[in-house]
Ligand binder design. Structure first.
Ligand SMILES: [Zn+2]
Length: 97
């Protein structure tokens, strides 16, 4: 005989187990996939001013985007690249491998 209170307790226990398994799997999955951030370099063809910005969908190399804060000339996207999301400095340490 199972009372309604026992049933509620069981549901709570089962959902707690399911949740903990879910969070365990989530935390295990994250370190395997390093997050990448796409950046782009904008350059002023007139004075050589360059600025690094976050890539926006639809941007491509050679596209005119924004204006140079120094001389007002339209900036051109010179390069698009990906960087690993890290708060550490970009210095490569030999002990990393
Ligand atoms: Zn300029």
């Amino acid at each position: 005989m199972i009372s309604s209170q026992d049933a509620i307790t069981w549901i709570a226990v089962i959902s707690a187990i399911i949740l903990s398994i879910y969070f365990m799997m989530e935390s295990m999955r994250k370190p395997k996939e390093p997050e990448y951030e796409t950046m782009e370099i904008l350059e002023c063809p007139k004075c050589g001013y360059t600025v690094t910005k976050e890539f926006e969908p639809g941007d491509f190399i050679g596209m005119i985007k924004g204006k140079c804060p120094k001389c007002g000339t339209p900036l051109i996207i010179k390069a698009i690249y990906e960087v690993e999301k890290k708060n550490e400095k970009n210095l490569k340490t030999p002990n990393n491998l």
